[in-house]
Each structure stands twice: as C-alpha cells, then as structure tokens.
Design a protein around this ligand. Structure first.
Ligand code: ATP
Ligand code: MG
Ligand code: MG
Ligand code: MG
Length: 483
C-alpha cells in the first residue's frame, strides 16, 4: 500500500467514526513556543488546553511534522526522520480510552477489504503506564490482547505533559514485532529496534501542578473534559506494509535514496549493522534521502535559509545533505538532481510541491551554490591548518576553527567532520569560548552605539549565535515539550 493510500485509509476510517477530517497545518507552527509542528496535536493545542471551544468533538488529520531533535538518529535507526507525517485521531471531551483503544485495534487489524491495514494481531505488542489499570484492562479484556504482550512502563515513556501545570495523562503505545531476525525476545521494553513503535495514544485526564520535571509533579484533579490525542507514524506503518527494512525505503523517500546511489555510483545494501562495511555509506544515502525531502517540504511551507531559527534548521539540512553526497564522492551540485526526484515522490500527497516547484528549486539551488563556494574557499585553509596541527601533534586550535567560521563562513560541524576525516581532533571548547566572546563584544558594541545608521553588529551577533540557536531549539523541541 502506497503512503498516500495509507493516509487516505486513515482519514476514511475515522471519518466513518464521525471524526471531522482536518487538513494538515503548516510545518511552521502556529504555537509561538514551538519552532515547528512536531506532532499532530500541535494545531489542536487551543482545544486540548480548553483555551478555545473546538468546532467539533472529534477530529482526524495527517499532519506534516519536523523533529530536529531526531536529526542525529536519521539513517542510523530505521525509524527516525526529520520530516514525517503523523496520522492522528482526537477527541475533545468526547470519547475516551474505552473507545480510543478499540478503534486503534480495529484499524490496525481489520482486513484490507474491511478498510483496515490487515496487520497480524500476534505481531502487535502494547505498553501502558504502570498505574493505568484501566487501559490495561481495556487491552486485555475488551480487545483481547494476551497479558504477556502488554507491558507496563513508567512516566519517562508513557506519560504526557507539557512540562507545565495543566493537562496531562498516561499514554499507551502500540509496537510491531519485526521478528526474531531483528533482535531479542521480550517485547518493546527489551528491544526497540525489533519492536517498532508505531502508534502512541495519549489519554489527557488529569490536571497537574507543582511540576519540577517531566516525571515529578502532583496530580491535583481530574480534567472536567477528558481528551484523546493519538499519533501514528505514517512512514513507520508504510515500512511495515511495504515490507521494506526502514522508513527511508518507503515509496515517498526511496526514489531519492536510489538517485543518490545512482549519481555516486555506490551500492545501497539496506544494512542496519554498524559493523557492516557498507553501513557508513548506507547511512549517508538515508540521510540524503531524508534531508532532501525535509528541505523540500520546509521551503514549500515558506521557510528560507538563514542564520537563525527555522531558516538555520533548513540551512543545516541542505548542507548536511550536500556534505553526505560529498562523502559519497560527489563534489558537483547535487540538488538539481535530487530535489525533482523528491518532488515527484511527494506531489501525489502534496500537489503544491509541484505547482510551486520553480520557487522551491530557486531557493534550494542558491543555498547549495553558496555552500559549495564556502567549501571551496575554506577547504584550502582548513587543509593547511590540519597539516600544520598534525605536524605539531596538536588538535586543531579553537582560534583556527573560529577563523574558518568568521572569515569563510565555515560551519563548525563541517570543520569537525573534515578534521575528523583527517584523523585530527578540534579544540571545540576553545572555539565555543571565542564565539561567546565575539557575541558579548557585539552586544556591548550594539548597546554603546546609537541606532539610526546601518548597524552591522546585529548581523555579527546573529551569525555568532548560529550554532547555539540551533541547539536551543533542539532542546525546545525535545520530548519534554510535546508528547
Ligand atoms: P520514538 O520513541 O520511536 O522516538 P516517540 O515516542 O518519540 O517515538 P511520539 O512522540 O509518541 O514518538 O510520536 C507519535 C508517533 O509518531 C510515534 O509512535 C511514531 O510512529 C511517529 N514518530 C515519532 N517521531 C518520528 C520520527 N522522527 N520519524 C518518523 N516517525 C516518527
Ligand atoms: Mg517512544
Ligand atoms: Mg511515543
Ligand atoms: Mg522520539
């Protein structure tokens, strides 16, 4: 089943259960505290927190999401994309656990002919929050999942809150067992690679207060209106239904991976084993496929490359994809070859990536060009510095890394990677200190100057903050904030 059909089947199923289909919101989050839409529930936050009265009691969507916090997992795990689509069903003070759990089971296990996804029941495992006897009972007694495939786990994984006083509640997750050849027995608590998390059901039922951490808070009451918020990863279900090894091999992503293999002349082998000699190149191709698609979708939603915030995330995705292709041996511009392939894989579900492609391509190709210029001008200097440092048996100094950044716009991650390839460490702490000093200088300067004329310190300041801004937002989007 194609990804687009999986999405349509989702919406049809929940529409038949009286949910209002709601189109995906933009990747650029409507919630000011979030950089991107990181989950299907984000557009519904005003309803879930009872700040606004929802126009419907039940809704369903297939929401575009970006999670930059997962960027380092991409290609290494089988299941993390920076862009992915979260299928959701939502109840705003309407049905609760006793209905949400059987819905999930019905959709996953009903036959294809009956409108379901036809997953074999014996492959499915579930987890519930340790103290949620109610959810446990529904799974065991109402749905009929054998007790030995229901696992109880703690707050770390199975409790949702915003990290603030307000609504919160236990979760229940559904996992698919890929089989003994993928890992050890024992269910999701034993092995999260063999048992793939596909669906998270959140039961918002309590009011919490005195929150000191994600797991330390007081439950101060029941919510008058209990909500259901669920999220299933479309790519994860697609990988199962399409019988492929990971999410990068599903129909909306694989064509880019194949193109990367074609133009680099490398063979893609699907390996998950870090000890396999093909693993490094396989990961690079998966990273390329993921990042190209994320870039396409971000530009489509109005993001443009810059040195801060959303634009910096986009810049970093494009640069990482270009870098990965260089490590695969391709030094010419690759986006003009890869981006149209991603467009063709995504246009069925998102026609705007085709109708708006001229604009998207112009922005993406210009960014690659400027990055290639940066690489060209900085590489000679970096190579020289590497040679000198190696001869002196020193790591590459913080001063040198800073000069590369300041003069050539050479990002520190590139310096780290290229020095690393030459077997040389970098004094990253020294680099960071110099960056902070520069920022403080720029701030003092800005304060002591009267405005009214072009003030370049602002530019320098943004520039200097580039890397730290990114980290900050990564944390912001971490698991604590949303689900
Ligand atoms: P994991 O533990 O695998 O990182 P999660 O618990 O962080 O997943 P949730 O926040 O519960 O994920 O999101 C709901 C669903 O969205 C998940 O069950 C999964 O199917 C999907 N999902 C989450 N993150 C990603 C991602 N980076 N790429 C693809 N799908 C994802
Ligand atoms: Mg999880
Ligand atoms: Mg989860
Ligand atoms: Mg996660």
């Amino acid at each position: 089943m194609k990804s687009h059909d999986i999405a349509n089947r989702w919406v049809e199923f929940f529409a038949s259960k009286h949910h209002t289909p709601v189109p995906s919101a933009s990747l650029v989050s409507s919630d000011p505290s979030l950089l991107f839409t990181v989950a299907g529930m984000v557009p519904f936050i005003p309803y879930l927190t009872a700040r606004e009265v929802p126009p419907f009691k039940r809704a369903t969507s297939v929401q575009k999401c970006i999670r930059t916090g997962d960027i380092d997992e991409v290609g290494k795990t089988v299941r993390h994309g920076t862009f992915f689509q979260m299928c959701g069903n939502f109840s705003f003070g309407d049905y609760f656990k006793e209905t949400a759990i059987p819905y999930a089971w019905e959709l996953l296990t009903s036959s294809l002919d009956d409108g379901g996804y036809g997953l074999p029941a014996e492959r499915l495992w579930v987890t519930v929050y340790t103290e949620d006897d109610e959810a446990y009972g529904i799974w065991r007694d109402k749905v009929g999942v054998p007790a030995d495939r229901i696992q109880r786990i703690g707050k770390e994984d199975n409790y949702w809150s915003t990290g603030q006083p307000g609504p919160a509640g236990p979760c229940s997750e559904i996992f698919y067992d890929r089989g003994a050849e993928y890992g050890i027995d024992g269910g999701p608590i034993a092995d999260e690679t063999r048992y793939i998390e596909i669906w998270n059901l959140v039961f918002m039922q309590y009011q919490i207060d005195n929150v000191t951490s994600k797991v330390d808070f007081d439950v101060v009451g029941e919510l008058p209106n209990k909500n259901i918020d669920t999220g299933l990863g479309l790519e994860r279900l697609a990988m199962i239904l399409q019988g492929v090894e990971n999410m990068y091999e599903t129909d909306q992503v694989r064509p880019v991976l194949d193109k990367a293999a074609e133009i680099s002349g490398k063979k893609y082998t699907s390996t998950e084993d870090p000890a396999d000699p093909h693993h490094t190149d396989d990961v690079r191709m998966r990273v390329v496929a993921d990042h190209i698609r994320s870039s396409l979708m971000l530009i489509s939603d109005g993001v443009t490359p810059s040195n801060e915030g959303r634009g910096y995330v986009l810049r970093r995705l494009i640069r990482r994809a270009v870098r990965a292709m260089r490590l695969l041996g391709v030094e010419t511009a690759v986006l003009p070859e890869l981006l149209p392939v991603s467009r063709d894989a995504m246009k069925g579900a998102y026609p705007e990536v085709e109708t708006d492609f001229a604009r998207i391509a112009r922005i993406a190709y210009a960014e690659e060009k400027s990055f290639l210029r940066t690489i060209a001008s900085g590489t000679a200097r970096l190579e020289e510095a590497v040679k000198v440092s190696k001869a002196a048996n020193h790591p590459l100094s913080g001063e040198e890394a800073f000069a590369l950044h300041d003069t050539y716009g050479f990002p520190i991650d590139l310096t780290l990677e290229m020095a690393g390839e030459a077997g040389l460490a970098v004094d990253e702490a020294g680099f960071r200190t110099l960056m902070l000093e520069q920022r403080d200088r720029a701030r003092k300067d800005a304060k002591s100057k009267k405005s009214g004329h072009a003030d370049l310190t602002v530019f320098h300041e943004l520039h200097a903050q580039g890397e730290t801004v990114f980290t900050g937002y990564t944390e912001l989007e971490g698991e604590g904030r949303i689900r």
